[in-house]
Design a protein around this ligand. Structure first.
Ligand SMILES: *[C@@H]1O[C@H](CO)[C@@H](O)[C@H](O)[C@H]1NC(C)=O
Ligand SMILES: *[C@@H]1O[C@H](CO)[C@@H](O)[C@H](O)[C@H]1NC(C)=O
Ligand SMILES: *[C@@H]1O[C@H](CO)[C@@H](O)[C@H](O)[C@H]1NC(C)=O
Ligand SMILES: *[C@@H]1O[C@H](CO)[C@@H](O)[C@H](O)[C@H]1NC(C)=O
Ligand SMILES: *[C@@H]1O[C@H](CO)[C@@H](O)[C@H](O)[C@H]1NC(C)=O
Ligand SMILES: *[C@@H]1O[C@H](CO)[C@@H](O)[C@H](O)[C@H]1NC(C)=O
Length: 329
């Protein structure tokens, strides 16, 4: 969900910064989204009025293409003497992103700056559709655990649920897995002789040791908490790569998907495809293809998990549809 730079302008706007002699601060919207070929008035505010006219300039720090081909910013912006707020007009030319600092060049107002991200988009409707898609995949992923939980509860059995998959998922989805592992210990649950495999145990030990070691490094201040979170995401990515294989193999061996909830797969598939769709639409709408090509890991893994969801669907709906699995207890 990190892709929410789509926030509509002024209302959610926040901002910034800094002090000067009189400790006057400037606030302007942090992000402004505009549709191609339109103009918009953007207002900004000072924390208190100054008794002379303040002249402000834009200092562009990032632009996806030539600034002038994306947006036309005024040469200078004035904050009249005694006024606490003012506005300026910008014209959006073509899709792209520009980040600029609005800052004063008066020496006693040196820190009087605010950062604004201008996002020029193709269509407002597409922006709304993207937000809806965002909610759909968020919901699909959030509830994708429950079909399996329900399946286990209904059958009073965890036979058919591959424990490697489960154990690996523990790293990705702690809450979900705690619930299922909890079920595993409940005495009336049939386990059918299943257990976590040695390979999976090794992988889990590696994953969790890595998590622990980096936790200590973070506690000791050797790495930042942000880096720690990144490392965690690497573990999750690694888990995603291997977690599907044992379950697919087990289904193949049993020639059955009974006990493995297809609801989980369908929701996961919905989440995966919608998140990719959102990446594409958002990139198209804002001409920001580095969302996709700048993060090949995330993109690749999305595709990979969709691939396995399809494998599971083929197993469930085509290959092993007729067979009945006999419980061996
Ligand atoms: C104004 O800023 C200076 C330095 O930035 C600081 O020392 C001072 O305490 C601030 N004054 C107020 C009233 O915030
Ligand atoms: C914006 O204006 C240009 C030239 O005036 C035109 O070619 C283009 O189709 C317009 N785009 C939109 C979205 O109206
Ligand atoms: C911005 O404000 C100016 C002056 O108040 C006005 O003339 C102009 O039409 C406004 N532009 C937009 C896009 O609202
Ligand atoms: C602005 O106010 C300061 C004192 O706060 C004063 O010294 C200065 O002369 C005033 N400037 C103008 C242009 O009124
Ligand atoms: C623009 O920002 C850069 C980097 O922060 C700075 O070096 C430069 O002096 C700024 N230019 C102006 C005109 O403020
Ligand atoms: C990019 O901007 C420069 C001036 O800043 C201009 O000379 C040049 O023609 C622009 N290039 C394009 C492709 O618009």
């Amino acid at each position: 969900m990190s892709a929410y730079r789509v926030l509509p302008t002024l209302a959610l706007a926040l901002t910034v910064l800094m002090t000067c002699d009189a400790n006057v601060t400037l606030s302007a919207p942090a992000a402004v989204s505009l549709v191609e070929n339109t103009s918009q008035n953007i207002s900004f505010e000072a924390s208190s009025a100054v008794n002379y006219t303040v002249v402000l300039h834009f200092n562009v720090t990032y632009s996806s293409r030539n600034v002038t081909s994306i947006i036309l910013l005024p040469e200078e912006v004035l904050l009249p003497a005694g006024a606490q707020s003012s506005s300026f007009e910008v014209h959006a030319e073509k899709v792209g992103q520009v980040t600029a600092y609005l800052c004063s060049d008066s020496s006693d107002l040196r820190g009087f700056t605010a950062r604004i991200r201008f996002l020029v988009i193709r269509s407002r409707i597409l922006e709304i559709i993207n937000q809806v898609i965002g909610w759909i995949y968020f919901l699909a992923w959030s509830i994708s655990f429950y079909p399996q939980v329900y399946e286990n509860w209904k059958r009073k059995s965890v036979v058919g649920l591959n424990f490697d998959f489960l154990a690996l998922n523990l790293t990705g989805f702690i809450a979900y897995s705690v619930f299922n592992v909890g079920l595993f210990w409940v005495p009336y649950m049939k386990r059918g002789g299943q257990k976590v495999s040695k390979v999976a145990i090794v992988l889990l030990v590696i994953g969790w040791s890595f998590a622990l070691v980096t936790l200590f490094l973070a506690l000791a201040g050797t790495i930042t908490w942000l880096e720690y979170l990144y490392y965690f995401s690497y573990i999750k990515l690694g888990v995603t790569l291997v977690k599907y294989i044992p379950q697919a193999y087990m289904n193949y061996q049993r020639k059955s998907t009974e006990g493995w909830s297809i609801g989980n797969v369908l929701l996961d598939f919905t989440g995966g495809t919608f998140s990719l769709l959102q990446m594409f639409l958002q990139s198209y709408n804002n001409d920001e293809w580095r969302l996709i090509f700048g993060d090949p890991t995330k993109f690749g893994l999305g595709v990979f998990s969709i691939f396995f969801d399809v494998v599971f669907m083929v197993q469930h709906y085509c290959l092993y549809r007729k067979q009945e699995y006999q419980l061996l207890d």
